[in-house]
Design a protein around this ligand. Structure first.
Ligand code: BTN
Length: 242
């Protein structure tokens, strides 16, 4: 697969967008050793210091209808979890929607973005941005409680193993997204099922209750304290210690 490597870049997702707009097609990969403006979900930053993490974007430019690709976020969390297990023999938990946790701390975030067709381009570009803290230390103060890393010291052999596992599996996924099986594994490794949670949506509304499970599409099934079921497709989840 075509691959672009960078010593330093603002954000591999942003560079992916520039490449799609410039006419790059097919599947390709962008990998950076450092990002100066790593992007997280909900407009947040993703801390991306030099040579301590894997900062990659897998890009698929194709004609798929967008609804087929909604599952890409959920499927990617399973793929990255399996890649980490394969490369490091480490088992991570999946926290809805798509964060990976190890020893109670977030070690991976996933940001999927999309470039819609325009008058010059008929195809849709789907960008799967993945940030893994391999041996990241010295997090900014606001992250020290929440963020962690997989191992003590960096090892490039492991990083290449991760890249090749993830890119092969995402390539498989995009061959036929609706046929790709991942939800059973997602459920199995979720750290949310059966837990009391608070979920806030984009408008700030907070839902409280117990996570009953996930639909086949990866939506969260929440039972509130009156016993009513809610199906949530996105939101910010916090597990409550009761
Ligand atoms: C999150 O945790 O909110 C998502 C973080 C996604 C970070 C990755 S690092 C590679 C790619 N480029 C970016 O700017 N962001 C994603």
């Amino acid at each position: 697969m075509k691959r672009f490597d960078y010593e330093i870049i603002d954000s591999t997702n942003e560079e992916a967008k520039r490449k799609i707009i410039a006419g790059e097609t097919g599947d390709f990969l962008l990998i950076a050793k450092e990002q100066t403006a790593g992007k997280g979900r909900k407009g947040r930053n993703f801390y991306s210091p030099k040579n301590t993490g894997l900062y990659m974007s897998f890009v698929h430019v194709g004609y798929e209808a967008l609804e087929n690709s909604v599952s890409v976020t959920t499927a990617t969390s399973v793929i990255v979890r399996n890649a980490i297990k394969h490369a490091f023999s480490i088992e991570c938990d999946i926290k809805w929607v798509n964060d990976l946790y190890f020893k109670g701390k977030k070690i991976c975030g996933i940001l999927c973005e999309c470039v819609l067709p325009d008058s010059n381009r008929k195809e849709t570009g789907i960008i799967v941005g993945i940030g893994i803290n391999i041996c990241t230390k010295d997090f900014p103060k606001e992250l020290t409680e929440k963020a962690g890393a997989l191992v003590e010291n960096e090892d490039f052999e492991y990083i290449e193993k991760l890249i090749s596992y993830i890119s092969k599996e995402l390539e498989n996924y995009f061959v036929n997204p609706s046929e790709y099986r991942y939800i059973e594994e997602y459920r199995l490794h979720s750290c949310c099922i059966g837990k009391n949670v608070e979920i806030s949506d984009a408008t700030g509304v907070i839902n409280k209750g117990i996570v009953k499970g996930f639909t086949d599409e990866g939506h969260l099934i929440l039972e509130d304290y009156e016993g009513k079921e809610h199906i949530l497709s996105s939101g910010e989840i916090s597990l409550m210690v009761l």
